[in-house]
Design a protein around this ligand. Structure first.
Ligand code: GDP
Ligand code: MN
Length: 387
């Protein structure tokens, strides 16, 4: 889960990383008040879960409250690469002498956290990596030992940080690593880490990505989730405890177990179709879970057909069939559905489905056959809605 800049800075501050004072604003009036309270020059910053806001015009310097109001009016509602700006961060403006880059992330190949430091910050770090790879100093961290101060000093030396600033930068490296560890992050990044004309080092931007699966240990961070910014189906799935990933196609897919769902996606692609989602109802899927899952899929208007692929192991196919029957009698399912049941109690499940004789439900005995049918039905639904 990505955090907004202001949330990242709030977490940075808890670990002692110096940040500028600021306020959240969601209206031009609030931006004006914030600027009044902060005094002097301020920066009006769009809060969106995507980088490159500066280039997109989402960051503007304001000389005072009136100009802050004006910039806020322009930036609020702005579309930054598909992200609509609904909140702003107003902070005291900084004078900048130099812009550095500092991050902690996972190097999965090395199975260790990786710290990167460069004195060529501010711009795209990818560009620096391409054009001046030697200007990015890197250091892996032993996850058991953590980062040692001497290692942070070596990083500063390798990156070419002036000696008189390395004390401050070393401290921030240790703090950023502590934040990464403490909040169970996947990424903590400061770009730019600025040096002011009077040689103070401070985080001017914050990118903080936390591990969704660890959020239960961090209720305060979990509460930072912006429900409004989330995809409605993904939000719905989260509330129902269903594993769901939205994709671009029009065939809704349900399966039990991530492996089976992935194979189903492959088979649908192989047959020339495209999946609308990835939905794993998990092992031992009961009627309520199937209802919950179908609700999530049906909430996506792009779904033209549903492919229900179950391989019964611990899951019993008759139980799943009962779930499907219950779901279809409680929900208003208007899209065609193809069901493939195999494995434990498949015969009983198929018999139940046959008995129930549900409208719009077709049964197929193979995964390939089911995929072909689901794609065909989706195609027909698309054609019907176009004509
Ligand atoms: P990003 O474009 O989404 O990465 O947003 P940043 O927060 O990194 O800001 C982009 C750029 O705006 C920075 O690299 C700075 O050059 C500039 N900027 C942001 N805040 C200030 C500030 O307080 N003073 C000055 N002079 N420039 C700023
Ligand atoms: Mn930035």
């Amino acid at each position: 889960m990505d955090l907004y800049e202001h949330q990242g800075k709030e977490l940075f501050a808890r670990y002692g990383i110096p940040v500028s004072e600021g306020r959240v604003a969601t209206t031009p009036e609030e931006a004006r008040t914030a600027a009044e309270e902060l005094g002097g020059q301020v920066v009006v910053k769009a809060q969106v879960l995507i980088g490159g806001r500066g280039k997109a015009g989402g960051i503007k310097l304001a000389s005072g409250p009136d100009e802050a109001f004006e910039h806020a009016s322009n930036i609020l509602g702005m579309d930054i690469r598909g992200h609509e700006v609904g909140r702003l961060w107003i902070e005291k403006a900084s004078d900048i002498k130099a812009e550095y880059y500092l991050s902690v992330t996972f190097d999965r190949a090395a199975k260790q956290p990786l710290i990167m430091l460069s004195t060529m910050g501010g711009v795209d770090i990818e560009q620096v990596a391409e054009e001046h790879p030697d200007r990015i100093a890197r250091r892996h961290v032993d996850p058991l030992l953590g980062i040692q101060p001497y290692e942070a000093r070596q990083l500063c030396f390798a990156a070419g940080v002036p000696v008189e600033l390395s004390g401050q930068v070393v401290k921030i490296i240790l703090q950023l690593y502590a934040a990464f560890r403490g909040e169970e992050a996947m990424l903590t990044e400061i770009n730019p880490l600025i040096v002011t004309p009077d040689d103070v080092v401070r985080a001017l931007d914050a990118k903080f990505t936390v591990d969704e699966s660890a959020l239960f240990r961090h209720p305060d961070v979990a509460a930072m989730r912006d429900v409004g910014a989330a995809d409605p189906q993904e939000q719905m799935a989260r509330e129902r405890g269903v594993t769901y990933v939205k994709l671009d196609g029009n065939v809704g897919i349900l399966g039990n177990g991530a492996g089976l769902v992935m194979s189903t996606l492959d088979v649908v692609e192989q047959c020339g179709g495209s999946a609308a989602n990835f939905l794993d109802v998990g092992g031992g899927a009961k009627a309520e879970e199937i209802v919950a899952s179908l609700e999530v899929i049906l909430a996506d208007p792009k779904v033209d057909s549903i492919l229900f692929n179950i391989f019964g192991g611990i899951t019993r196919c008759d139980e799943v069939a009962r779930g499907i029957i219950a779901a279809l009698t409680t929900l208003d399912v208007t899209v065609p559905m193809v069901v493939r049941l195999d494995g434990t109690a498949a015969a009983e499940g198929l018999a139940l489905l046959e008995q129930a004789d549900l409208d719009g439900v077709t049964v197929s005995s193979t995964m390939l056959g089911a995929a072909e049918l689901a794609i065909e039905k989706a195609g027909r639904a698309t054609a019907a809605s176009v004509s």
